[in-house]
Design a protein around this ligand. Structure first.
Ligand code: MD6
Ligand code: FE
Length: 220
């Protein structure tokens, strides 16, 4: 039973943060899930990153740059040493569309060129602890897409992991943009709700979250 209050209208839990429900069509979701399966099977297979020796419950595959706690490299030195897949152009276009529809000025939209994506798979018992996304050298917004089961997403403050925070549901197809004064807000996933994925989204169990970012790193 999902008990938190539903916000199925676009909403802003903090300055520069925007949640847009049902942003992706089911067809788009299903197509992206297909891409995800291709990414997950190589050249760098999906894996649970280790944070201070402990495996995360979420499994991650990266595009453009490989994220490992707490840095980005071109090669997945903590997995198999292979170079990650390139960042696809369709994802750049989707990121720009997200910023445009989130109300960013056209100059920001045109300049937005994400160069890494973290594609996370959550099984129904996976979680993500409260964290800041601060391994990037750019303050450009992060665009987040959710597919599959609904999660409870905890959007906090920029000072610490504790209250005040807002719990909201990210459902299949939802967009969340983290920018401006919220770019360094703490956030996490407190639970995944089993059997909540809509038919036709491409995923029967678990949840996919894709975040695209600008690393601010120079390409070797
Ligand atoms: C998730 N998301 O939704 C985890 N980070 O599964 C994130 O950690 C996240 O959604 C930065 C910006 C947006 C996000
Ligand atoms: Fe994050």
């Amino acid at each position: 039973m999902i008990s938190e209050i539903e916000h199925r209208e676009p909403g802003s839990p903090g300055p520069g943060a925007l949640h847009v429900p049902d942003w992706l069509t089911l067809e788009q979701q299903e197509w992206i899930v297909g891409q995800f399966h291709a990414w997950a099977s190589g050249p760098v297979p999906i894996r649970a990153a280790k944070v201070r020796g402990n495996e995360m419950t979420v499994r991650t595959v990266c595009l453009g740059w490989h994220w490992q706690p707490y840095r980005y490299t071109r090669e997945a030195t903590d997995v198999n040493g292979a170079r990650v897949l390139p960042f696809p152009n369709w994802l750049v276009r989707l990121g720009r569309k997200a910023l445009r529809e989130a109300g960013y000025p056209e100059s920001d939209v045109a300049a937005y060129t994400p160069d890494t994506a973290l594609a996370n798979f959550y099984n129904d018992s996976a979680r993500m602890g409260m964290h800041q996304d601060k391994d990037e050298r750019s303050s450009a917004p992060i665009v987040s897409l959710s597919i599959g089961n609904t999660c409870t997403f905890r959007f906090g403050n920029t000072k610490n992991r504790n209250r005040p925070y807002t719990d909201l549901h990210l459902r299949s197809g939802d967009l969340f943009v983290f920018g401006g004064a919220s770019r360094l807000a703490y956030h996490g996933v407190t639970r995944v709700h089993p059997h909540t994925a809509p038919g036709g989204c491409g995923l029967d169990t678990g949840r996919i979250n894709i975040t695209m970012r600008v690393t601010g790193l120079n390409s070797p």
